[in-house]
Design a protein around this ligand. Structure first.
Ligand SMILES: *Cc1c(COP(=O)(O)O)cnc(C)c1O
Length: 396
């Protein structure tokens, strides 16, 4: 008898009780707006920023309405102007080129390697075309950050990190989001902490922090921030920085604070599940495991493998056979954008050059979420099903 998986790939864990209590406190006093405080009161949002700055070792932190908003704010803060080129990954999700387009700038796509990271040789060749790189740590895969930062520093290219999938990850012990000038995180339901929607931005640069804060809609209330630079920095930029409202509110901040305190434990739980699936997939004929470098501390909230050089027909066959047995695989190589997957050439508002080497990889990327609601036995079962179906299509 063939087994069928009954789990749900989009079901996250409930919000922790401590976070629910904190949310109720905010609801009961009614001061949801971050600047709505009684004398001497510190808002949940300001405390969240203070705590996330401490957790990441950043000097400054700003909480905003979404990860995509954090990315667009970072671009505005580094003064990207309409028409400016911005380097970014060809393998990423739509909010990344979307953030670039939202400020009227033009993405220049950089290729992807078999390790699913940005192709540093391709990046090197394109570094003279832009002054900003929006680096997406897509699906949690970190490139050689030492080499990337050396190259970008030497070329004077500012790095903005999209850490939507790397909150809690690290490169040689340094937390993701802390190598570039600005790190941006998402707190949306499918990421590593869940406030429905939300974003965080960290930086050590006082002027970037002040601009981002003004941009987010702080009016002249920036002194109520606990992880912002001093008023002298705001004095320099407050008349020339527009308000593009995208603040976080106290309700979201309240439910995020306990979750962030628990992030380390959650990362361990994700990785137990990821490692279980990876073990189960190893040595499946025709399937390439994406090997993780020793220098990378990853967060296995999703897993990818490659069906390299498979025909689209056979890949579709694997997807439908797995789906019939309850296993949801996403394919980045599909001709049409589907669900959350899309390709650089499906973002038709942005011009792109053909990238044959990257197309070969993209056509083979299979992707699967690993929610914490899966047990380790669930993970073993999912891997058995993929292994069996990939194996039988490969041999057919
Ligand atoms: C989710 C996501 C974002 C943006 O996050 P939102 O909070 O949904 O705006 C950015 N980059 C990547 C790669 C993402 O997956």
């Amino acid at each position: 008898m063939t087994e069928t998986f009954k789990g749900n790939f989009t079901q996250q864990e409930p919000i922790p009780e401590e976070a629910i209590e904190a949310a109720l406190t905010v609801l009961r006093h009614g001061r949801l707006h971050r600047y709505n405080v009684t004398p001497g009161e510190l808002s949940e949002t300001a405390l969240l920023e203070q705590e996330f700055a401490a957790q990441t070792g950043a000097k400054y932190c700003l909480a905003v309405s979404s990860g995509g908003y954090a990315l667009a704010t970072a671009l505005r803060a580094v003064s990207v102007q309409p028409g400016d080129p911005v380097l970014t990954n060809a393998f990423t999700l739509a909010p990344v080129p979307g953030a670039i387009a939202s400020v009227g700038a033009k993405p220049i796509f950089v290729g992807v390697t078999e390790t699913l990271t940005i192709d540093l040789n391709d990046l090197e060749a394109k570094l003279d075309q832009a002054r900003v790189l929006m680096l997406s740590h897509m699906r949690g895969h970190l490139c050689d950050m030492d080499r990337l930062m050396r190259m970008c520093d030497a070329a004077g290219v500012i790095v903005i990190e999209d850490c939507a999938h790397t909150m809690g990850a690290a490169w040689r012990g340094q937390l993701s989001g802390r190598q570039g000038a600005i790190g941006c995180y998402s707190c949306q339901t499918y990421k590593h902490v869940n406030s429905g929607e939300g974003g965080l931005l960290v930086t050590d640069d006082p002027e970037l922090a002040a601009k981002a804060t003004m941009l987010s809609g702080s009016y002249m209330l920036y002194e109520r921030h606990l992880a912002a630079p001093g008023p002298d920095v705001f004095e320099r930029i407050k008349y020339t920085t527009p308000n593009v409202s995208g603040r976080m509110d106290n309700l979201r901040a309240a439910i995020l604070r306990p979750q962030l305190r628990d992030l380390g434990r959650q990362v361990q739980r994700w990785n137990e599940r990821y490692d279980e699936i990876e073990r189960g997939l190893r040595e499946t004929p025709g399937l390439t495991i994406v090997e993780r470098p020793d220098d990378e501390t990853y967060v296995g909230s999703s897993i990818q493998f490659l069906l390299l050089d498979w025909t689209p027909g056979r890949i579709t066959e694997v997807i439908s056979r797995c789906a019939a047995r309850g296993v949801e695989l996403k394919w980045f190589g599909g001709a049409e954008p589907a669900g959350f997957t899309s390709r650089y050439d499906s973002w038709r508002y942005a011009d792109s050059e053909p990238m044959p080497a990257s197309d070969r990889i993209l056509s083979g990327i299979m992707d699967m979420r690993v929610p914490l609601t899966f047990s380790l036995e669930d993970c073993r079962q999912v891997a058995r099903i993929i292994r069996a179906e990939v194996g039988s299509v490969y041999q057919s």
